[in-house]
Design a protein around this ligand. Structure first.
Ligand code: C2E
Ligand code: MG
Ligand code: MG
Ligand code: MG
Length: 289
């Protein structure tokens, strides 16, 4: 460190850049191997109906267990996967794994839960998307109403005509469509009304200070009202405290998801939770430890 301090800023900067570039290259090479080496996992986070406390769905969230670095967050490697053209195979793996998991819960006789899968912008715009979803549904024999696709608001707004067309096809196939991170993009309401949707998901950034910050509270309330007006279900993500939940209940938000109920956990923990808890997270929100 002392040696580093002796250098001038631009040298330090160049070193850092070199370091970054190396990191990026290593990560890229590792990411290319991750699928074959089976380093990806899916975690699942319950979505809870606020009025009853029942689990109605699960969001599948990818995890990369890097052999040396440990867990690499999806916010870091999903954009990289998009950049280097790996998002299609990774996305396909996620879809397949989530559907196979659903099938295995069904086979065990557990009541069916909707499983939400995230689609990145490039995945959503990939020409094979519909075909891949059809194939996966067919192979796993899932009733399409139990497969939910989460598309971020900004991905949906990239090409409005394309989005309307694609969402229409997906809805005709019977899938459940959600706009993720709602409120962070630039939807015009005029465009939103043309999207065939089922659900709006209030971004975590508005939920975080919903109790203390009157602007965030007003935004959340407006999204809920918008959802009611458009006959869409509204989910709040990132619910961490009973106070946030109470506020969301008071504005009649439909569903909540967050650490207060349960963090994203491996499938086996969901299996145990479903067996024990009769689907209700109401009594003991910390059941997922
Ligand atoms: P997202 O879809 O908006 O997912 C919600 C994120 O919030 C998840 O982070 C989740 O672990 C986290 N979260 C849930 N409850 C709480 C809470 O109470 N407090 C806080 N602070 N955070 C909470 P995660 O799993 O790191 O995923 C980050 C993003 O990466 C996701 O945002 C999604 O955009 C993307 N992503 C994750 N899995 C996949 C995937 O399988 N495919 C694609 N394309 N993108 C994915
Ligand atoms: Mg999501
Ligand atoms: Mg989200
Ligand atoms: Mg988010």
């Amino acid at each position: 460190r002392a040696k580093k301090l002796g250098r001038n800023n631009s040298q330090l900067f160049a070193e850092e850049m070199h370091h970054e570039a190396l990191n990026q290259l290593t990560l890229e090479a590792d990411l290319r191997r991750a699928l074959i080496q089976e380093e990806f996992l899916l975690y699942y986070q319950p979505q809870v109906e606020i009025s009853t406390g029942r689990i109605v769905g699960l969001e599948a969230l990818i995890r990369w267990q890097h052999p040396k670095l440990g867990f690499v967050p999806p916010d870091q490697f999903i954009p990289l996967a998009e950049e280097i053209g790996l998002i299609a195979p990774i996305g396909q793996w996620v879809l397949q794994t989530a559907c196979i998991q659903h099938q295995s819960w069904q086979a065990e006789g557990l009541p069916p839960l909707r499983i939400a899968v995230n689609l990145s912008a490039r995945q959503f715009h990939q020409s094979q998307l519909i075909k891949i979803i059809l194939q996966t549904l067919e192979a796993t024999e899932i009733d399409p109403q139990y497969l939910e696709l989460e598309i971020t608001e900004s991905a949906a707004m990239q090409d409005v005509e394309f989005t309307i067309q694609t969402l229409q096809e997906l809805r005709e196939m019977g899938l459940h469509i959600t706009i993720d991170d709602f409120g962070t993009g630039y939807s015009s309401l005029n465009v939103l009304k043309h999207f065939p949707l089922n659900t709006l998901k209030i971004d975590r950034s508005f939920v975080q200070d919903i109790v203390e910050n009157s602007s965030d509270a007003a935004i959340a309330q407006t999204i809920v009202a918008l959802g009611q007006g458009l006959k869409l279900q509204v989910v709040a993500e990132g619910v961490e405290t009973p106070q946030q939940l109470s506020f969301l209940r008071s504005i009649h938000c439909d569903l909540a998801q967050g650490y207060y109920f349960c963090p994203p956990v491996p499938a086996i923990e969901i299996t145990q939770l479903l067996r024990q808890s009769d689907f209700s997270l109401k009594v003991n929100p910390s059941i997922c430890s």
